[in-house]
Ligand binder design. Structure first.
Ligand code: GLN
Length: 488
């Protein structure tokens, strides 16, 4: 089988046994990239030449040595809002079009520590704000299943790259669904860890109380493997949790749902859910029952407040985080500068795209004197209620199962003129970020038009093991991964 088709674990096994070299891996992916990347456009900055140099050095170093680390020699793609030392990190923004970070994000330092191979930096919605990658200053990525459809977003480049076999695995970031939603659109696995499970150091901040880095992979076991490498305490991120990292692969040994209680929130199966998506998710719930789960209906009563709450908190934090792009320290500086104020204004005018400007304005308004209590303060109070909904639900059940997205991937341009419609596509993913819990998206079927449909499992904070066990058990009795996109 072609190397690019293998999962991370299959590839790792061959590499460990010495059946393939790092150079052969990079060469196989280079051919694949040359063939398909012009169509999919998953990457902003491909780094296959640098990867080959690294691979040569690795092969040379390994002569006669045992290869032991899980990510060693593995070709990984990284969302372009995660800092990579010496490699352009643009956040898909003109503002950072020339930004080469002088340091690695902590997750990258961990991957580098295992001698991984960086295949490139992937496309996203500018500063991770969006659900389709259409907000990228460098043009959208395409859905490998149908090139006229969006790959989802904001980690659309990473999800498209995994689905099209343009990398073995990828990293994304998830503030309101940006790992899970594109994973669902592209028919791959995406895991948003518990807030604090993975270090955010070196992830360019969008909304700091919601952002989390996580794996996008070809299957659940690969997600477990990659999570095991990036998770854990980091003194450089004060919000990272000082808890031991379990052996996630071990969690996959039990291949059933026995003794697990699974909740189905009635609010998630209401108006607006596409009938094909509902059908696929209900069929998955039946499978989960067959696997021994006790399935019951639960309530998450504040679901209807989630979008409004998120779009106040996320924009407020974004307006504060993005204040640093002022043309002084790094990134773009407008050439037409008069006085200092003029320079600030022109730089921000030229550097940011329309969605980022919209969010900065919304957030600035929500935080402004006289309005802050009414908007930001209230949103924080509702956020607590949403978290309490999840706490109450998880006193009754071990996992919650829902759709990822109300519809399969939409057409390019279909929602880009209507921000509210775009915001509504996050209805099933956003509450999880507000509450801080971990969640995984994985394929559970296809629409009649041949587009993937995603299933979401949500777990208790820091119980990624249960999440992975459930997802893996379901994956074992289905065969969705056998169907691959036929990219033309
Ligand atoms: N689509 C959501 C937004 O636009 C979530 C983005 C994300 O998770 N980064 O904010």
């Amino acid at each position: 089988m072609a190397l690019y088709k293998l999962t991370l674990r299959e590839l790792q096994e061959r590499f460990t046994k010495g059946e393939v070299t790092a150079c052969e891996i990079v060469q196989a992916y280079t051919l694949r990239l040359n063939q398909l990347e012009p169509k999919v456009r998953a990457y902003i900055t491909p780094t296959k030449e640098a990867a080959l140099v690294q691979a040569e050095a690795l092969d040379e170093k390994l002569k006669g040595w045992r290869r032991t680390m899980p990510l060693m020699g593995m070709p990984v793609a990284v969302k372009d809002n995660i800092c990579t030392q010496g490699v352009l990190t643009t956040c898909a923004s003109r503002m950072l079009g020339n930004f080469v970070p002088p340091y690695d994000a902590s997750v990258i330092a961990r991957l580098r520590g295992q001698s991984y191979l960086l295949l490139g930096k992937t496309n996203l919605d500018e500063f991770a704000m969006g659900s389709s990658t259409e907000n990228s200053a460098f043009g959208p990525s395409r859905n490998p299943w149908n090139l006229s459809r969006v790959p989802g977003g904001s980690s659309g480049g990473s999800a498209a790259a995994v689905a099209a076999d343009l990398c073995a695995a990828a990293l994304g970031s998830d503030t309101g669904g940006s790992i899970r939603q594109p994973a669902a659109c592209c028919g791959v696995v995406g895991l948003k860890p518990t807030y604090g499970r993975v270090s955010r150091f070196g992830l360019v901040a969008f909304a700091s109380s919601l952002d989390q880095i996580g794996p996008i992979t070809k299957d659940v076991a690969d997600a477990a493997m990659l999570l095991g490498v990036i998770a854990g305490h980091d003194p450089l991120d004060s919000t990272s949790a000082n808890l031991p990292v379990p052996d996630y692969a071990k969690a996959l040994k039990k291949k059933d749902f026995k003794k697990l209680k699974v909740g189905v929130p009635r609010e998630y199966f209401a108006e607006g859910l596409d009938p094909e998506v509902e059908q696929a998710v209900q069929a998955a719930i039946e499978e989960i029952k067959q696997l021994g789960a006790e399935v019951k209906e639960i309530a998450l009563p504040r679901t209807d407040a989630a979008i409004a709450t998120y779009y106040l908190i996320a924009t407020a934090e974004a307006s504060s985080n993005l204040a640093r792009y002022d043309g002084v320290k790094y990134g773009l500086r407008s050439k037409e500068t008069g006085n200092l104020l003029d320079m600030y204004m022109k730089t921000r005018q030229e550097g940011f795209g329309p969605e980022v400007k919209r969010r900065i304005m919304l957030g600035t308004y929500a935080l402004s004197a006289g309005y802050c209590d009414a908007f930001y303060g209230k949103a924080q109070a509702v956020r607590t209620l949403i978290r309490q909904d999840f706490e109450a639900a998880f006193r009754e059940v071990d996992l919650i199962v829902t759709p990822v997205m109300p519809t399969p991937a939409f057409k390019l341009g279909e929602k880009s003129e209507d921000p509210l419609q775009m915001y509504l596509s996050d209805i099933y993913t956003i509450s999880v970020n507000l509450a801080g819990n971990p969640a995984i998206a994985m394929p559970c079927g296809f629409s009649k038009a041949g587009l993937p449909i995603g299933l979401q499992l949500i777990g208790r904070p820091f119980e990624e093991e249960t999440l992975l066990r459930g997802a893996h058990a379901y994956e074992q009795v289905t065969n969705w991964r056998a169907k691959r996109p036929n990219i033309r």
